[in-house]
Design a protein around this ligand. Sequence first.
Ligand code: F58
Length: 797
Amino acid sequence: MTSADMKDAILHHLVYTLGKDTAHAKTYDWRMALSYAVRDKIVDRWFEATRRAYAEKRKRVYYLSLEFLIGRLLKDAIINMRLDEAVLDALKDLGVEWEEIIEDEPDAALGNGGLGRLAACFMESQATLGLPAMGYGIRYENGLFRQRFEDGRQVEEPEDWLNQAHAWEFVRPEVSIDIGFGGHVQEIGSRANWYPSEMLIAMAHDTPVIGWKGRWGNTLRLWEARPMHGFDLARFNRGDYAAAAEPEAMARTLSRVLYPDDHTEQGKELRLKQEFFHTAASIRDILRRFESEYDDLRLLPKKAAIQINDTHPAIAGPELVRILHDERGIDFEEAVGIARNTISYTNHTLLPEALETWSEGRMGRLLPRHMQLIDRIDDLHRRETGTHDLNAHHDGKVHMGTLGFIMAHKVNGVAALHTELMKSTVFKDLHELHPEKIVNETNGVTPRRWLLSCNPRLSTLITDSIGDNWVDHAEDLKKLEPFTEDAGWLEKFSAAKRANKVDLSDWIAETLEISVDPDSIFDIQVKRIHEYKRQHMNLLETIAYWLEIRDNPNAGWTPRVKIFGGKAFPNYTYAKEMVHLTNDMAKVMNSDPLTSRYLKVVFPPNYNVSLAERLIPAADLSEQISTAGKEASGTGNMKFSLNGALTIGTLDGANVEIRELVGPENFFLFGMTAEEVMTRRAEPGHAGRAIAADPRLARALETIRSGRFSPEEPGRYHMITDNLTHHDYFMVCSDFSDYWRAQRDVDAAFADKAEWARVAALNTARTGWFSSDRTIRGYMKDVWDVEAAPLVDLAAE
Ligand code: F58
């Protein structure tokens, strides 16, 4: 497409879709007009891919996830369609700023963190590989809350990304599915009729997901909850306006918020309803499509693979069995077999508190037939395996991890270590019964968004050096290795990183009014705020470093900018204290005349996909410091490494694989192993001993305790200091000394600029393996048993 065509297309949409003339168009209008112009180019290919999937009778993959953290879509679409030049020229001609347009798009935060972002990367990789696939999620009216700081405290505000028209979706009123809750069950022999007492409708909204070079397109289908019977006119006419609108409001509540917070009873109820709503609508839709093509349900596993992303859609098993058995009359055991061969389950956490359970009371009330079927599934599993005590339903609860496991033919972990720990801890007994079931699929990230798009300077250098094949064959990045021996090339590599750091410094100055020196180490920890991720260990090290600089301000310290980003769940008080402490520290340290040349603390609010795209390319040091055994994989760790940051980290999650690939000598390793953690934890008084043995740690803790960062409320952080001193389940104290040592190794390494650049470049060269294309290929082979369509130029057909 030429830039003149692009310009015409933009102007056409500006006038005829937005109803604006150029004289009155605002940034929003230009962005929408551009989005529609780009979308037009996608639609034909998307149709063609869909037609081919049908015509070639291809097996499809269905990715069921309560979260898709897709972020902004416009730039992604432009880049994958390779329209960047045409768009830039057209905008220039029209006098419209590209940056302004890109920044104007709301960041669709339909996820909490890594799990949701993984789903988004997978959608993009599936489209790039030509794999017929569909993502099913919920169209949350308000995604993850927006984070603001007030006096350093986190304040949550609703995220209103749908306040404006959303250019990327197509509403499908014809795809409206009835969903029931509650009521009673009438058993007829083995089968039953379920008569729900409450009904609502799931209506589809489709977003095309286009792969690299526009050679395949898939659909992200998001469900919106709608009332069965809208507005009650009779009540309205009686003057009861609020009651008239009630059914609509109640139904809408279901797809209103993305749940991090299921603390209250109502919250729990709503979350379970969301899970069933999402799963039931998706399963219906999958079966409708299947039955439009085939008439034998026994073929389902051959034509459809249903992946459940964590246990959130794990009710898929019983729901599919219910339809096959109760509604289609297939024998119960056979129905279970079909469902199991179709479904597979990804586990993302071993943290006991994060493994979902539902009380039998709640499940029985909301999903009475499913509760019966879960007991029958347990019963069948007992008979199949001759065991007595491995039920999904036990101790008055339904354990969704066990249910997911029993109803899947494959269960996967998301990094090598995590998968091994699944086998030896949480799923030990089930694994012994089904040794073939657990497989590993180490996570990945799409190199289109996480290198090509977010880091144009580095990607241009890469493409100039090795061509652009790396974009969809990321292992090609290996070809950069010889360049890492070339001083001239390394200078270019460093120049790209430095320019990214300058951009970030400017942005920090502008938005946060903090000045940072781009020649400092940009040391970044961005992720959900959680004790196991140990942001507080980073904070303690920051305090210890700060105190040491103060002791001897002229000792020639290596300057650092400590950058934090992340949200604390609204009900997670401890994490919120960590946020507050970070901000309190920043206030004191950034204005300390003795140290501020050497140390700055920066915490931009509202960490999201767009902010990640800004921060990651500018990082020197990636903080991946979770307690070993707790981080299932991590995907931020991969993004940093791919963008030429060095990692300081524990042997946890995918860090283990990153370290192997980049080379142990190029990774700042510290801390106990998962096994050592388990042993140490069993030793009473481990925290106290660690504190007694390390004066720096003792002093840093004492500094917080003394109220140095919160003089107006000296005891503010006693929750953190008491916990670390007396319990310290996550081993912050025990790992601190080694973490300090590793940080000083970082300082020493950074002093040799050329060597640092070489290692940074090696990180980029050696982490192509972490492309989500590789991950998806793994699932295709080990889990889904599916092949991709041949990649052709769909537009030319
Ligand atoms: C994350 N889980 C893991 N959960 O923590 C991370 O190690 C892994 O890389 C990633 O999944 C992808 O496999 C995660 O993001 C959540 O966000 C939960 C969603 C439900 C509410 C509680 C948090």
